[in-house]
Ligand binder design. Structure first.
Ligand SMILES: Nc1ncnc2c1ncn2[C@@H]1O[C@H](COP(=O)(O)OP(=O)(O)OP(=O)(O)O)[C@@H](O)[C@H]1O
Ligand SMILES: O=P(O)(O)OC[C@H]1O[C@H](OP(=O)(O)OP(=O)(O)O)[C@H](O)[C@@H]1O
Length: 231
């Protein structure tokens, strides 16, 4: 048996994850061509690299198909109900930092906080006959956040990318998305609500609580944790 380690298959998260393991003397890499999702591990025995979409890693951990996985805390908390029962955080990796925020058009000068949004949402519904639309791919986190903050008169519309563009294209009035530099929000004439911070996220190494492990896998995990300076 091998210990299966899921890592994002492309982009900044993959590169930085490879670098992070490399700093601990463990070389991860993609084998084959640029487009082939096969990987290799050097510097430790019995660990297998599985290259996956960052968004699918939470589900694979929760299903026990991988033992370990690197992805953003935002994706784990959004994709998995009761995530703490299904995965455990082993280490925050110090990259992939981004904030999940709620933003509205800068032109809405009277809307600066959640209370303002609540009032604007009621007025919007009265005027247009349908609920104010918030575009996001983070359905669970946004719903929970708005419920906890007493905002009810809205509807979520699904947006799997280019979410900030939905306001200009008039498929939503507000958005909830990840921001890092703030450039994309600014370029799309959006502002973050003063109390609109939903979650601070970063890349994290997770362990599945449900994946089955034989004695040899447990030994491999202990070796790996020692190499990574984890307790
Ligand atoms: N601008 C950013 N800066 C830093 N981290 C970011 C940024 N945008 C997204 N992230 C983080 O990167 C991780 C992956 O996000 P992304 O949206 O690229 O994943 P994905 O949609 O699953 O990718 P894929 O296209 O492979 O399915 C998330 O945890 C997210 O918080
Ligand atoms: O605050 P910034 O530094 O501008 O970064 C924020 C942008 O980065 C991410 O998009 P990504 O590039 O992953 O593309 P996506 O829109 O397809 O998700 C995120 O969804 C924002 O759109």
């Amino acid at each position: 048996m091998t210990l299966k380690l899921g890592v994002p298959s492309k982009g900044r998260l993959m590169d930085k994850t490879f670098e992070w393991f490399g700093r601990h003397g463990i070389t991860l890499g993609r084998s084959g061509s640029e487009r082939e999702y096969a990987g290799y591990v050097q510097g430790i025995d019995n660990v297998e690299l599985i290259l996956l979409s960052a968004g699918e890693i939470p589900r694979e951990l929760a299903a026990g198909r991988i033992h370990l996985g690197v992805t953003g805390t935002d994706l784990v908390r959004d994709r998995l109900g009761q995530w703490e029962q299904r995965v455990r955080e082993l280490a925050e990796l110090g990259f992939g930092q981004a904030d999940l925020v709620l933003a509205v058009p800068r032109a809405w000068v009277d809307v600066n906080c959640l209370d303002d949004l609540d009032a604007a949402a009621a007025a919007f519904r009265a005027r247009h006959g349908f609920r104010l639309r918030i575009a996001t791919k983070y359905h669970r986190l946004v719903r929970d956040f708005l419920r906890e903050n007493g905002v009810a008169d809205y509807q979520l519309v699904d947006s799997q990318g280019a979410t900030e563009g939905t306001v200009k294209f008039e498929t939503a009035e507000a958005i909830a998305d990840i921001t890092s530099s703030g450039d994309t929000l600014r370029a799309n004439h959006l502002k973050i609500l003063e109390d609109g911070m939903i979650l601070k996220s970063q890349a994290t190494l997770f362990k599945s609580r449900v994946a089955s492990m034989e004695a040899e896998d447990r030994r491999t995990l202990e070796v790996l944790k020692a190499r990574l300076d984890l307790d």
